[in-house]
Design a protein around this ligand. Structure first.
Ligand code: CP
Length: 290
C-alpha cells in the first residue's frame, strides 16, 4: 500500500464483498470519515451508524445494537464510544464474529490516531522515502493529558518505537500516575521548552469529559499553555508541530503556528486514511499485504 497522502492512494479491491460498519456513539470528523474513505478505497460495503438518529435514543443497548448489525452481516466494527473499554467489551463478547477496531474509547485509547501520528513523525523527520525509526526522537505532549486517549496511545506507541516522550500540562490535567509510567512531566510549558524537543503534540481540553472546573479560565489557560507564536519561536528550527484535532485555535494553539510550514496537522489527517486502510486490510482482508 502506498504511504502517499489520501489523494494518491489508489483504488483497490482487497475488501470487495466485505462489509465495514462504522459504529460511532460519539461525535467525530477525522476518524469517522477517514475510516469511511479507507473502506471505500478498499471496495468494502459501508454501514455508517451514528448514535444520534438511531434507536439508541429509544433505549437500545450496545449489545442489541451490535447484535442487530451482526444479523445484517458485518466483517468489521469500527467503534467510537464514550465508555472506556467499550470496544474491548464487544471484542470479548459473543455478540459478533466481526473484527473490532477501537476508534477511540472514552479516556482510554485511540490506537489508529497514534499510528497516524507515528507515521507523520517518521515521514516528516526522516523523509517519505526513508521513514527511519524514532530512536532518540524527543516528543513533548502538551495539555489535557488526564482526559486524552490520544496521549495514552501515543505514549505507548512512540516509546515502543524508541522515542522519548515527555508530558506537560497543569497539575489538574495530568494523571496522578504520570510519574509512575516513567515519563518526564512538566508543570510549566516554558520550562519544558528549554529541552529542545523534536516534536510538540498539542491537545485540546476535553470539556465533554469534565464534570468540574479544571482550570481557572480559558484566558489563563491560553496564557500559560498555548503554543503561541512566541513560544513557537523558542523551539528548534525544524521542530514538528502536531495536533490530533479538533483544534481550538487561539486556546491551545495559535493560528500562526497551526498554519505554519512546521505544522504536520493536515498531513496527520491525510496519513489517517492510509493507516486506516492498512488496519482494515490487515484485519478484514485475511491479512494480505500489498
Ligand atoms: N483525532 C480525532 O479523533 O478527531 P475526531 O474526533 O474528529 O475523529
Amino acid at each position: 500500500m502506498s504511504l502517499q497522502n489520501s489523494g494518491a492512494v489508489n483504488k483497490d479491491y482487497t475488501l470487495a464483498g466485505k462489509t465495514v460498519a462504522n459504529l460511532f456513539f460519539e461525535d467525530s470528523t477525522r476518524t469517522r470519515f477517514s475510516f469511511e474513505v479507507a473502506a471505500k478505497k478498499l471496495s468494502a460495503n459501508l454501514i455508517s451508524f451514528s448514535a444520534k438518529g438511531s434507536s439508541v435514543s429509544k433505549g437500545e443497548s450496545l449489545k442489541d445494537t451490535v447484535l442487530t448489525l451482526e444479523a445484517m452481516g458485518v466483517d468489521a466494527l469500527v467503534v467510537r464510544h464514550h465508555h472506556s473499554g467499550a470496544s474491548n467489551t464487544i471484542a470479548n463478547s459473543n455478540w459478533s464474529q466481526a473484527s473490532v477496531i477501537n476508534a477511540g474509547d472514552g479516556t482510554h485509547q485511540h490506537p489508529t490516531q497514534a499510528l497516524t501520528d507515528a507515521l507523520t513523525i517518521r515521514m516528516r523527520l526522516n523523509g517519505a522515502e526513508d521513514l527511519g525509526g524514532l530512536s532518540g526522537v524527543k516528543v513533548l505532549i502538551v495539555g489535557d493529558i488526564l482526559h486524552s486517549r490520544v496521549a495514552r496511545s501515543n505514549l505507548n506507541l512512540l516509546e515502543t518505537l524508541g522515542a522519548k516522550v515527555s508530558l506537560a500540562g497543569p497539575s489538574t490535567l495530568l494523571p496522578n500516575h504520570a510519574h509512575a509510567i516513567g515519563s518526564t512531566t512538566f508543570h510549566n510549558f516554558d520550562t519544558a521548552l528549554e529541552n529542545d524537543f523534536d516534536v510538540v503534540l498539542m491537545l485540546r481540553m476535553q470539556r465533554e469529559r469534565m464534570n468540574s472546573s479544571f482550570i481557572p479560565s480559558e484566558n489563563e489557560y491560553a496564557a500559560l499553555w498555548q503554543l503561541s507564536a512566541e513560544r513557537f519561536s523558542r523551539l528548534r528550527s525544524k521542530a514538528l508541530i502536531l495536533h490530533p484535532g479538533p483544534m481550538n485555535r487561539g486556546l491551545e494553539i495559535s493560528s500562526a503556528v497551526a498554519d505554519s510550514t512546521q505544522s504536520g496537522i493536515v498531513q496527520q489527517v491525510s496519513n489517517g486514511v492510509a493507516v486506516r486502510m492498512a488496519v482494515l486490510q490487515k484485519l478484514v482482508g485475511q491479512g494480505t499485504d500489498s
